[in-house]
Ligand binder design. Structure first.
Ligand code: PAF
Length: 288
């Protein structure tokens, strides 16, 4: 595995491989890797010949009162995980490499960035879209892999790739969970044992609604209410919304289109997000 820290070295290393016709996969991360990232790497290795993992804690996607300064970092541990997972290139630029002095050009996402996390983290998706497009330019991957836990991020990035004519396939990989259901996240390490136990209310609420959906419930209010009952034990529920999977606008009852039940909640000082998706055949599927 090659460890690269500059965009120039990265371009050279990848161009060398591309000449041999290799299909390049990118797994963008902020480090402190866990099994969720390992699943993205695995998906890339299955679909691509060369897997690049980027590790960069992106300052522009954190608000002024958010956890940028304490965001967990452990490069040696990440390096070991990447080696073990068969990563070919680990790209770990510093902040000046990604944001040169006098940096002033951003990618501004549209409506998909407004609801859910966007409503509570102003500028977050602008930061995400900007850094992801920069990573896309630096790596020039054929395919990029993102985790479904960040459902809105996946939607924003997919839209950006279409809107900016980026010749990159965006793959969403299902959320990886702890055996008890908690969605894997680098931020889980902030939780005390007691908070860790209470955090289970988030996935439990989502799963309860999912079970009702599977049993045939299609009423949006009822599905949300079922999840909300379990989520009563979180310290602060920031949002719990059932949205149309494509537009991220509030889903309409009865559900007839694919939808996602998305939640963000505080357990102590830690903000966690999670979601489950409700698959429904679209008109197009029905025609096939
Ligand atoms: O999902 C993340 O870890 C980050 O938002 C990403 C995509 C690496 C951009 O900084």
């Amino acid at each position: 595995m090659e460890i690269i820290t500059t965009a120039a070295d990265l371009r050279y290393a990848i161009a060398r491989e591309r000449i041999n016709g290799k299909r390049v996969g990118l797994v963008p991360t902020m480090g402190y890797l866990h099994d969720g990232h390992a699943a993205l790497i695995e998906a890339s290795r299955l679909e691509c010949d060369l897997t690049v993992v980027s590790i960069f804690v992106n300052p522009t996607q954190f608000g002024p009162t958010e956890d940028l300064s304490i965001y967990p970092r452990d490069f040696l541990r990440d390096e070991k995980l990447c080696r073990g997972a068969g990563v070919d290139v680990l790209f770990a630029p510093d902040t000046e490499e990604v944001y040169p002095a006098q940096f002033q050009t951003f990618v501004e996402p549209g409506d998909l960035a407004s609801p859910l996390c966007g409503a509570f983290r102003p500028g977050h998706f602008r930061g995400v879209a900007t850094v992801v497009s920069k990573l896309f330019n630096m790596v020039q991957p054929d395919v990029a892999f993102f985790g479904q836990k960040d459902f809105q991020q996946c939607a924003v990035v997919r839209r950006m790739a279409i809107d900016l004519n980026l010749p990159i396939k965006i793959v969403t990989v299902p959320t990886i969970r702890e055996p008890d259901g908690l969605a894997m996240s680098s931020r889980n390490r902030y939780l005390s044992d007691e908070e860790r136990r209470r955090a289970l209310a988030i996935s439990a609420g989502l799963f309860a609604a999912e079970a009702e959906f599977r049993s045939g419930e299609r009423n949006v209010e009822k599905l949300v209410a079922i999840a909300k009952r379990q989520l009563e034990t979180v310290d602060r529920l920031q949002y719990l919304e059932l949205v149309d999977s494509d537009t991220l606008k509030s889903a309409e009852s009865p559900l007839i289109r694919p939808a996602a039940l998305c939640a963000a909640a505080y357990i102590g000082a830690t903000r966690l997000i999670d979601n489950v998706t409700f698959a429904l055949p679209t008109q197009q599927d029905k025609r096939l």
